[in-house]
Every structure is written in C-alpha cells, then in structure tokens.
Design a protein. Sequence first.
Length: 132
Amino acid sequence: MSNLKIINEGARSHLPFSPGIIAGDFLHVSGQASVDPETGVIITDSFEGEVRRSIANLEAILRAAGLSLDHVINVKSYVADEADLAAYNAIYREYFAAPPPTRSTIVGVLGTKLKFELDCVAYVPATRQQAR
C-alpha cells in the first residue's frame, strides 16, 4: 500500500490539479492565489489582499491535511511586481514564525491576472519549531 493521499479540501480550483498531495512524510501544495476558495474564481485585490487570501487558501489546505503553517518547510513565491517585495516580506513575517521555512521568490512571472501566488512543501511528522 502506497503512502499517497490526495487532499481535495480547502481551496478549490476549476483547473486540472489537486490542491495537495501527501507523499510519504511530505505534503506538496499546489500554487495558491487570490481565488474564492469555494469557486476557484480569481478575486482581484490590492497586493496585500491577494497575499493574505493566497495564504488563507494555503492554510485551508494544510488544515484539511491536519497541519499548519508551522509544518511548512519550503515556500515558492511568485510576485508580479518587484516594487511589492518589501510589502511581501513584511506580510510573510506575520504568517511564518521562526525559524522560517526555506524560500524562493520569483519576480515578474504572473502576467496581468494575478499579483501574487505561492506553493509549498510541508513536513507531516513535525513542525519547524521541533527541528534540532
């Protein structure tokens, strides 16, 4: 029996991908953007609004898997406008407690529909705070 589990609860999308998949000890969460968690429709907002909605969608998928942001070990962020990086870093610190996860941030890749998106990998057995 394989140790794979599809997480279909939390934020939804009309696009062809699973919100999350647990593979062994790791949960891989698909890119989360400023979308309505019930319909998957994009919600255009300020940069801050889009970041907060994206993280809320990420949290909903983590909760559906029995996890929290503290289980996240890697984040990939996509920021449309380099001018928003300082705001992103300030908001990010509100959500990801020390020690922070590893992170990559890619700028200028989202086109015109979104200002922000992120995905992550979470470690199922423990939180970052339990690391030695």
